[in-house]
Write a protein that binds this ligand. Structure first.
Ligand code: ADP
Ligand code: MG
Length: 276
């Protein structure tokens, strides 16, 4: 079954957030069920191999957690996926047909890869609703041009996103007055307005309260299935609460991959990362 049909089955029409199911960009081919292929990627900075023959495959709709000690190459890996860093060798494909190494950063964003940096970058002086409106993809985005003309529908889309990220009651507050956790959710909402098929999230729960962490876990879990999400995170409790498949990165390569239990019981992982 093709992934879109799979998504539609999982998220039937009646679901509240149905129209938040991303339109698959017409030129993105994920018929084989894989949304991201990184093969034999290496990159050196001044002779130091930050990424070393990295192979990573992420399925359409998957929620993947990446863990690994500082300097393991996690951020560099995201830089390569988003076109910020060009690798020395290897291949990087978005679906079957989009060669990421041939795309610029804006082209990659337009093709459907969204990235959330660690520090929230919301428009502090604007209210929450306006932040989402500002973030909405224009007619060059994934949403059809027609859609952006329907202001009522546009408003509904913003409202649904507000509900999804838990900021319905804060819509009229200026973003600068939100708590740290709420700003993080707003930024996730802003990314969703651009309809990414693959969302990269770097350390989403750093600085969050326990309660905010739980809500973030719910949010990311609810987004997976419709889209693919790669989460880099240090907080083990958080990773455990959302993880299906975990990839452990070490010295620029994959050290282990599997369920949280599998990787936590892996001897190599214990040695280099968990320190047990
Ligand atoms: P992580 O996110 O897993 O902590 P990074 O990807 O940030 O790791 O870094 C991997 C290694 O590459 C580190 O040793 C870092 O110092 C180095 N590195 C990353 N980016 C650059 C750069 N632009 N120039 C030089 N060294 C870099
Ligand atoms: Mg990092």
């Amino acid at each position: 079954m093709d992934p879109l049909t799979k998504f539609r089955e999982f998220w039937p029409r009646e679901r509240v957030f149905d129209f938040l199911v991303p339109e698959i960009p017409p030129d993105l081919d994920i018929n084989h069920g894989v949304i991201l292929y990184l093969e034999d990627i290496s990159v050196s900075f001044d002779g130091f191999k930050a990424i070393n023959n990295l192979n990573l495959y992420v399925d359409a709709g998957e929620l993947r957690c990446i863990i690994g000690p500082n300097g393991a190459g996690k951020t560099t890996m995201m830089d390569i996926i988003t076109g910020k860093t060009q690798p020395d060798t290897g291949m990087a494909w978005f679906g079957q047909n989009i060669n990421l190494l041939k795309c610029t950063e804006p082209e990659i964003a337009r093709a459907g890869i969204g990235r959330k940096f660690q520090k929230p970058t919301v428009f502090e002086a604007h209210n929450v609703f306006d932040n989402l409106e500002l973030a909405m993809a224009g007619d060059k985005g994934i949403m059809p041009t027609l859609f952006s003309k329907l202001s009522g529908e546009k408003r509904d889309r913003i409202k649904s996103t507000l509900e999804l990220v838990g900021l319905k009651d804060e819509a009229k507050l200026v973003a600068g007055s939100l708590s740290h956790g709420q700003k993080q959710w707003l930024e996730i909402g802003m990314l969703l307005m651009q309809n990414p098929m693959l969302l990269l999230v770097d350390e989403p729960v750093a600085g969050m309260t326990r309660q905010e962490m739980e809500r973030t876990a719910e949010l990311l879990t609810s987004l997976a299935g419709q889209r693919s999400i790669i989460v880099v995170e240090h907080d083990m409790d958080f990773v455990r609460s959302i993880a299906r498949k975990v990839t452990v990165l070490h010295q620029g390569s994959i050290l282990a991959e599997g369920s949280m239990d599998e990787v936590q019981n892996n001897d190599k992982v214990k040695q280099v990362y968990l320190g047990v």
